[in-house]
Design a protein around this ligand. Structure first.
Ligand SMILES: *Cc1c(COP(=O)(O)O)cnc(C)c1O
Length: 399
């Protein structure tokens, strides 16, 4: 059976993902080790606390943490870690959230870190009943602004690593941790999409959170790692607000298998293959009128590069957003990385391709560019129209 059979049977479009690890596309290609492990555990019973004890050992080995556990997503990890900083091991307080008003209920975040990863990071914090105290302004935050915001009600400070976060003017993590710790405030790092499993704890974080279904290629899951007490307090939230975020045995096992596979993965070989794909695209598109192609490093320093395609709509006769829409609507549908498309460029991410798909991508791109170049009228819809129609489409689901 070919891997696209189930999509055909369900009449789902066989999308090719050059957007990155995106929840709306099914995140990532789950590694065979994880699929195998999930199949093995699914028909069995297991004592879940013991399974999470095992997870703790695996996570500690890979991250350098004292302890860890698997949850259902990085987003739930944020809520659980914050809740743990509010309740400690007070079992009654855990059951009372989000209405427990007993103690510390403020969480400090730099304004430039209040991103939306599909939902607002702020909401993952507020879900616990905590209030978010935003410090600094979008593009700047100074030590005095952090120190001045710390009160006896401060439960934690959250630090977000994301391509969506503002990339200048923010406090560096080691300084952020130093200030927080001087006042006894724990630091929670959202590192959902980061490859480096050790760096943020090494830089002082008390808890770090990763997605299991992004670069790791695990099933839908989140990894919580850090100091033992903090991790325990987060884990105890399974008896409270995290019940609705319950992680199954298969996703715990699958995430651990993906973590262990990550340890053994041929990272250099994969990087080399990705570089070859980028070169193929760059060569294939070089010299086209109104199109400039380059390679760009990942903005959060993950060891990966992407192909950047900038379009001059006067010369290419199509805007970057119309180009992205055309690729998405075509056959096969190709979904590009388009969060900066209003600036006239988009990216192709090489990390989630099956073998040979890079050629299909290049062929379709050339077809769409040729069609645009030869069409009687240029394809230029207004940006405001596109913004409005995106929201309209959202509100029409499921019909
Ligand atoms: C993807 C992402 C999340 C959410 O991760 P999930 O595991 O899908 O919940 C949170 N924060 C950042 C910075 C992300 O990129």
């Amino acid at each position: 059976m070919s891997r696209s059979d189930i999509r055909e049977r369900l009449q789902l479009r066989p999308v090719i993902n050059v957007a990155g690890t995106m929840t709306y596309l099914g995140s990532s290609i789950v590694v065979p080790e994880a699929i195998e492990a999930m199949n093995q555990i699914l028909p069995e019973f297991v004592e879940m606390a013991d399974l999470q004890r095992h997870a703790s050992k695996v996570i500690s080995r890979l991250t350098g943490s004292e302890a860890g556990f698997i949850t259902t997503s990085c987003a739930s990890g944020i809520s659980m870690a914050v809740a743990g900083c509010m309740t400690g091991d007070d079992l009654l307080a855990i059951e009372k959230l989000p209405h427990y008003r007993g103690g510390k209920n403020e969480v400090i975040v730099q304004a430039g870190h209040l991103v939306n990863f599909g939902a607002p990071v702020e909401q993952a914090i507020r879900l616990t009943g905590a209030e978010v105290v935003s410090i600094g302004q979008a593009t700047s935050c100074a030590p005095y602004q952090f120190e001045g915001a710390i009160t006896e009600r401060t439960a934690a400070a959250v630090y977000v690593i994301s391509h969506h976060a503002v990339h200048y003017g923010q406090l560096p993590l080691p300084l952020f941790c130093e200030i927080a710790h001087r006042h006894g405030v724990p630091v929670i790092v959202d590192a959902a999409s980061e490859y480096d499993l050790r760096r943020f704890l090494a830089e002082g974080a008390d808890i770090v959170l990763y997605s299991g279904h992004k670069f790791l290629g695990g099933p839908t899951s989140g990894i919580v790692a850090g100091h033992k007490d903090r991790v325990r307090h987060a884990w105890l939230q399974n008896r409270g607000l995290a019940r609705g975020m319950k992680v199954g045995k298969e996703n715990i096992i699958g995430a651990l298998a993906a973590l262990e596979a990550w340890e053994k993965r041929d990272h250099q070989g994969i990087r080399l293959r990705e570089k070859q794909i980028l070169q193929l695209w760059e060569n294939g598109l070089a010299g086209r009128v109104g199109v400039s192609v380059s390679q760009e490093a990942d903005p959060t320093d993950n060891p990966l590069d992407r192909c950047k395609i900038a379009l001059n709509p006067e010369l290419a006769r199509i805007t970057a957003w119309d180009f992205a829409a055309e690729l998405a609507a075509g056959s096969p549908p190709i979904i590009v990385r388009d969060h900066l498309v209003e600036h006239g460029y988009l990216y192709l991410d090489p990390c989630n391709l099956h073998p040979e798909e890079e050629h299909i991508v290049l062929k379709r791109i050339i077809e769409v560019l040729d069609q645009a170049a030869n069409a009687p009228t240029a394809r230029v819809t207004s940006w405001q129209e596109r913004v409005a129609s995106k929201q309209k489409a959202l509100l029409q689901w499921p019909d």
